[in-house]
Write a protein that binds this ligand. Structure first.
Ligand code: UDP
Ligand code: MG
Length: 318
């Protein structure tokens, strides 16, 4: 098979029909001799998405779908889709038509030129709040600053990858997925093309701020140890300052004898120290939480219904 398209679905009943039509039109035009498949992963939608997927699958044998037992999150949905792909090339695309299917032939063309990954970089973003654009921009730049791996900025998971990359991804068993980072980590020849990201056609975003925060922390903890080091360094810095203040206190008490009852300074230093300690403990906690998630070795997702065949189990999962 030439091409698999992986589409995570969370409450996308308003978009599925239009998405399918546009995708099919584009991919049919590519005239792939080996054929293609669409893999929809229903990530615990609360609307009629699953019903629509069943209908599509009944009509078109190239439509495959997986239905999760609950909402596991976008990155897990993409991972599950990748696990079941058969194509030599695999496209990951959002269901809300923010990633134009019309870009597929260009991605595919570029992949054929000898790249293993071609990602689509957002030149502009429309229809997203200023807060979202700003936090996203900031996040990618901070991440670039504190990691050794060059993760492309302003890029989502919309991209095409080769079978080699899918195989490599399936050897990475981490529970907290940050797929765009993992793909950068894998390496090989990578390239990009730029596009203008449009508004979502229907429905509402499935990414709440708390999901975005968790996603950002997954990315940072999986690809950088700098926050831990910052915690250590700020611990030293604060202790250093505290030591100097201590010297000064002793000096003013015993030498100059010019001291004030120090309620204010005492409160400030206690609060400040307490804050720094809590932050440091919190940072360590973020790493430990992910560590324990991986130690538990739970399956990444539970499937309640599918018309795909299970992946071969020869690929190591841990
Ligand atoms: N999505 C998902 N699980 C979730 C949230 C989102 O599978 O918990 C899917 C969603 O259906 C879409 C893609 O992930 O296909 C991107 O989500 P969304 O458009 O809501 O994110 P945004 O573009 O606003 O960042
Ligand atoms: Mg979207």
């Amino acid at each position: 098979m030439d091409l698999s398209v992986v589409i995570p679905i969370y409450n996308e009943e308003a978009n599925i029909a239009a998405l399918y039509e546009r995708l099919r039109g584009v991919v049919e035009n590519m005239a792939l001799p080996g054929g293609y498949e669409f893999i929809f992963v229903n990530d615990g939608s609360r609307d009629q998405s699953l019903v629509l997927l069943r209908l599509l699958a009944a009509r078109d044998e190239r439509v495959r779908y997986l239905d999760f037992s609950r909402n596991f999150g976008h990155q897990i949905a993409v991972t599950a889709g990748l696990d079941r792909t058969q194509g030599e090339a695999v496209v990951i695309i959002d269901a809300d038509l923010q990633d134009p299917p019309e870009l597929l032939p260009h991605l595919y063309q570029k992949l054929r030129e000898g790249f293993e990954v071609v990602y689509a970089k957002r030149r502009t973003r429309q229809g997203e709040s200023a807060a979202k654009r700003l936090t996203a921009k900031l996040f990618y730049r901070v991440l670039a600053l504190i990691t050794h791996i060059s993760i492309p900025v302003d890029t989502g998971d919309f991209r095409i990858i080769s079978r080699k990359v899918v195989t490599a991804l399936r050897q990475m068993p981490e529970q907290n997925k940050f797929i765009r980072g993992q793909i950068s980590w894998i390496g090989y020849r990578q390239s990009c093309i730029e596009y203008d990201r449009t508004e979502r056609t229907g429905g509402a975003t499935g990414y709440t701020y708390s999901k975005m925060l968790r996603f950002a922390l997954d990315g940072i903890t999986a690809f950088s140890d700098v926050p831990l080091r910052v915690a250590t360094i700020s611990g030293f810095a604060v202790s250093g300052v505290a030591f100097l203040v201590m010297l000064y206190t002793l000096y003013s008490r015993f030498v100059t004898r010019d001291f004030q009852p120090g309620w204010a300074s005492l409160m400030i230093s206690i609060l400040f120290l307490g804050g720094v300690q809590l932050i440091a403990v919190g940072i360590i906690g973020e790493y430990i939480a992910r560590l324990s998630a991986n130690v538990r070795q739970r399956p990444l997702y539970i499937i309640s219904e599918t018309n795909t065949t299970p992946p071969d189990t020869t690929t190591p999962r841990s």
